[in-house]
Design a binder for this molecule. Structure first.
Ligand code: SF4
Ligand code: SF4
Length: 192
């Protein structure tokens, strides 16, 4: 029969030599390889007690940021939802009332804000689209759950805490190139 490609090889069954027939050298060389691995530094870690350091640009669980006075930065403009390729973000808007200036930075705010973490592909497009530096992806992992409803993250999970020790540091994501770009107020994207 003609071969379909030229990659086929004819396998010749060789007679085993005496050295191969006693098997002991093969067993010993196998043991040497096993022992050499046994004393090596283990690449595994005891997660979750031990955690590896993530890259500065790792894209994990989102945070909705507050400004330096503790007011929510999000103005519910919807640009993140439009940019999201997975259609994972939904929100409803509300108008800020008198006396709520300390809670919400601008006149409009997100009364509800949801991200479906089962849809999210952690692309970071929402972060790039946001003109208010309100949403960032962080180096926090999305916690595994047993039911689908638990993966709908609402404001109670997404908005960072108001106290200083509950703030989420996103400076590692604000690279010099990003900071430089955001200085240019001539771009509509950067106007507050
Ligand atoms: S990271 Fe990407 S997929 Fe996830 S919510 Fe943001 S834009 Fe959507
Ligand atoms: S783009 Fe930013 S300000 Fe606009 S709704 Fe999304 S998080 Fe809020």
């Amino acid at each position: 029969m003609l071969p379909l490609t030229n990659r086929s090889k004819v396998v010749v069954k060789k007679e085993m030599s005496l050295y191969e027939k006693i098997y002991l050298p093969a067993v010993i060389s196998g043991m040497i390889i096993t022992m050499s691995h046994f004393f090596r530094k283990k690449p595994t870690i005891q997660y979750p007690e031990q955690k590896r350091e993530f890259s500065g640009i790792y894209r994990g669980q989102h945070v909705l940021k507050r400004d330096e006075n503790g007011a929510e930065r999000c103005t519910s403009c919807g640009l993140c939802a439009v940019a999201c390729p997975a259609e994972a973000i939904t929100m409803t808007s509300a108008e800020r009332k008198k006396g709520e200036e300390k809670l919400y930075r601008e006149e409009k705010y997100a009364a509800t804000y949801e991200i479906n973490m089962l849809r999210c592909i952690f692309c970071g497009d929402c972060e790039e689209a946001c003109p208010k530096e309100a949403i960032f992806l962080t180096d926090r992992m999305v916690i595994p759950e047993y039911n689908r409803k638990s993966f709908i993250y609402r404001k109670d999970i997404l908005v960072e805490g108001i106290e200083n020790d509950k703030r989420i540091d996103v400076t590692r994501r604000q690279t010099p190139a990003v900071i430089e770009f955001k200085k240019h107020k001539e771009f509509d994207h950067n106007r507050l």
